[in-house]
Structure formats: structure tokens, C-alpha cells
Design a protein around this ligand. Structure first.
Ligand SMILES: [Zn+2]
Length: 232
């Protein structure tokens, strides 16, 4: 079987991570709270930026809030959320990502994952999303039920005992008989059998998106692929 290709515009969710600041309206919500450093266990008072109203305040202040990082006073660990502990996750296609199960309520996801930052909805999404330490982004349907998760390649991801992140684009594509590659410039892979889209950069899988059938939508599920497309 040859390599299959499809057009990027049909693989909508790989593009979401790039446009997640477009549109949407959120209240600015910032609080100070005692949290435990995931690196050394020291508790300290930290500012948590849960959401930002980009239509209020000046751009510089909003950018500062968006870029805010917590610093552990004991070990100097610096991250958007220093209490974020996840380093590895196992995924079960169309079902779960680590301790998160698709269909789970947003509040439950936040309780499990800890400090979040709400990201305004993009033109492709039904709802705003939650970013956890900028390493994991959770997406929800209109009823606030979890339906998609984007994972950065700083997290180790396994599927059926095999590592699927971090991984090179080529290795990933070879793992699945039904991998469909984009031929419109951006390097993207869609694997329907496991409900995963990847965004690839510099020969490596950069982010991996896993979701429900509804999350990817009819268009992506019924994608028209072609064998051995010449125009890449
Ligand atoms: Zn620390």
C-alpha cells in the first residue's frame, strides 16, 4: 500500500493550536494561591492566570499575564504552572488520555490536571479550551464535556505499549497502515484508526491531538485520500 495524502484544510484540528488566540471572549481571572512545586515539593504562594479578557486593558498587560510564569522560591523551577506533574501518558483511542476520559466534565478535568489557563475558542472549535502548563490542551464540546486533547512532545505518550511521542514524523507514520499525510505545505498526519492527528515540525512530531469521532468531525472522518500523491 502506498502513502496516502489529503489536503490540510480537511484536517482541521491540527490547525487549531495555531489559531487558538483568535476570537472568543473571556473574563480576566487571576488569583494567588498556595501550590506545591512538582519538582521539589515546596509550597509557595503563586499567581495563577486562569483567563484573560483580551478586549479590556492594554496589550502589554495582557501579554504579561499571558506569558506569566511561576518560579519556585526553593529550586527555581520556572513554568506557567509549577505544580504540573505529568511527564508521561498512555492513550486509549477514542476513549481516554491518562486519567482523563472523553465525555468527562470540564470541572473534573481541571480537578485532575491542576492549574489551567482558559484559551478563547478558535473559529474551528465549539468551545474555549484549557491549557495546562502549555504542554496539554483540553478541548470541550458545547456542553463542556471533554472531547479532545492536544499533547506537546515534551510529554511521553504511549499507545498499546509503544511510544508515540516523542517520535520522528517518519517513525510515527510507519506505525499505522492508515496514516494520511497532508500535501498542502504544513506537515500533518491523520490516523483515523486511532483518532490521532499530529502536527509535525522539522521531521519530528511536534504535537499530537487525540479526540472523539465528533471532535474530528464528519469531514475529517470521511476524508478523501489519494494514493502516492505526486504534489508534495
Ligand atoms: Zn521547587
Amino acid at each position: 500500500m502506498g502513502v496516502r495524502y489529503a489536503r490540510f484544510e480537511d484536517i482541521k484540528y491540527a490547525a487549531m493550536i495555531k489559531v487558538f488566540l483568535m476570537g472568543g471572549f473571556l473574563m480576566t481571572k487571576v488569583i494567588t494561591k498556595k501550590i506545591k512545586c512538582a519538582n521539589c515539593g515546596t509550597e509557595s504562594e503563586q499567581m495563577i492566570v486562569y483567563s484573560i479578557n483580551y478586549s479590556l486593558g492594554n496589550q502589554e498587560d495582557n501579554a504579561r499575564l499571558r506569558e506569566h510564569k511561576q518560579v519556585c522560591p526553593n529550586c527555581n523551577y520556572t513554568a506557567p504552572n509549577i505544580d504540573f506533574k505529568i511527564k508521561a501518558l498512555n492513550v486509549v483511542p477514542y476513549k481516554s488520555v491518562g486519567d482523563l476520559t472523553f465525555g468527562m466534565k470540564r470541572e473534573e478535568v481541571r480537578n485532575i490536571m491542576g492549574g489551567y489557563k482558559e484559551v478563547p475558542k478558535s473559529q474551528f472549535a465549539d468551545n474555549s479550551s484549557d491549557s495546562f502548563n502549555r504542554l496539554i490542551n483540553c478541548y470541550y464540546d458545547k456542553n463542556n464535556n471533554l472531547n479532545g486533547v492536544v499533547i506537546s512532545n515534551e510529554i511521553n505518550v504511549t499507545l498499546d505499549g509503544k511510544t508515540i511521542l516523542p517520535i520522528s514524523e517518519d517513525e510515527f507514520n510507519k506505525m499505522f497502515d492508515d496514516a494520511i499525510l497532508n500535501y498542502d505545505g504544513e506537515s500533518i498526519t491523520w490516523v483515523k484508526s486511532v483518532g490521532i492527528t499530529t502536527y509535525n515540525y522539522d521531521g519530528e512530531v511536534d504535537t499530537l491531538t487525540i479526540g472523539t469521532r465528533d471532535f474530528f468531525g464528519k469531514k475529517q472522518n470521511n476524508i478523501n485520500w489519494e494514493d502516492n500523491k505526486d504534489e508534495i
